[in-house]
Design a protein around this ligand. Sequence first.
Ligand code: C5P
Length: 227
Amino acid sequence: SKKITIAIDGFSSTGKSTLAKQLAKHLGYVYVDSGAMYRAVTYFAMQNGCIGAEFFDKETLINSLPFIKLHFEFNTDLGFAEMYLNGVNVEKEIRTIEVSSFVSKVAEVSEVRAKLVEQQQSMGKKKGIVMDGRDIGTVVFPEAELKIFMTASPETRARRRYDELQAKGENVTFEAVLKNVEERDHIDTHRDDSPLVKAVGAIEIDNSALTREEQFEEVLSLVSKVS
Ligand code: C5P
């Protein structure tokens, strides 16, 4: 079978990354978490005083973009790649509720998107890649052989994110997580540049009702049809 490009888009916490990782492992493909890149830029912005609860200095962030170097490094123990910002592993730092609360604002900035999309496209040149995000099937890889659009109810998604954060020992309430998920969905679907929409040709999967295995089997059969 030939190597293809698999684009997975959808709202936050729909289980995109779980599915994408499973697929990449099974197919021997590279998995790229594009959200991690937006999170790393957001973390940089926080560290450099560009964004906070009451301010967002877009100009400074835009001027700083040439100094933001992102790369992924495969962690053999974990079985997936981790995000590095200017040579430092920031996996833990980028998954906090604080980063989550600012990331959609940063992701609205066209200059940020242009930089990240360019890097994402270069990572996909050789195909054999599974990338998840919000604009992968629409903007990054519009020619992808397989596009998936994942959905699930906001409550299902918030519960999932809440359980993840609890497991990591983050002290947050379910209500705060639900609010964050709903706010991000709103910004992600309403922004001018590359809003989250179902791409032309994308196959929609609502996973509130499916088990992980059922979902995986369904997508594998889609893969076999196009590869
Ligand atoms: O996938 P994750 O939930 O980690 O993404 C965090 C945020 O990054 C999203 O809510 C969205 O604002 C932004 N994002 C994006 N385009 C992508 C991936 C993520 O705008 N391709």
